[in-house]
Write a protein that binds this ligand. Structure first.
Ligand SMILES: [Ca+2]
Length: 111
């Protein structure tokens, strides 16, 4: 009986450590936002690990996105987080449609 209790305790300890690792890794990275040139999502891509005020070569190029972390992001049609703001939900993949397509100029995690 004592042996079984020890095993249970050890399993909980392992899960707890894994949870801490995931949280720590999300906090360090700020969550990951992938932007794609094509809508499927395919084509050229860029990976954002934190706020990006101009997207550099990906400016006005993104047609779809994927968020691989548990953090929401905002995408904006203007540089420096201006213009129309779009909420991109954590863990989702989606398309930029209408005037958002090929019109995203900055993005940052939604704190
Ligand atoms: Ca595009």
């Amino acid at each position: 009986m004592s042996h079984i209790n020890n095993q249970t305790k050890n399993l909980y300890s392992i899960e707890f450590v894994q949870d801490l690792d995931e949280e720590a890794s999300a906090a360090i990275s700020g969550g990951l936002l992938f932007l794609f040139d094509k809508p499927n999502p395919q084509g050229d891509q860029v990976v954002l690990t934190g706020p990006d005020p101009n997207l550099d070569s990906f400016n006005n190029k993104a047609s779809s996105y994927r968020i691989t972390s548990n953090r929401n992001w905002y995408a904006y049609t203007g540089k420096n987080y201006t213009g129309t703001r779009y909420l991109l939900k954590a863990g989702t993949t989606g398309k930029f449609t209408g005037k958002a397509n090929n019109n995203i100029e900055s993005a940052r995690p939604a704190y």
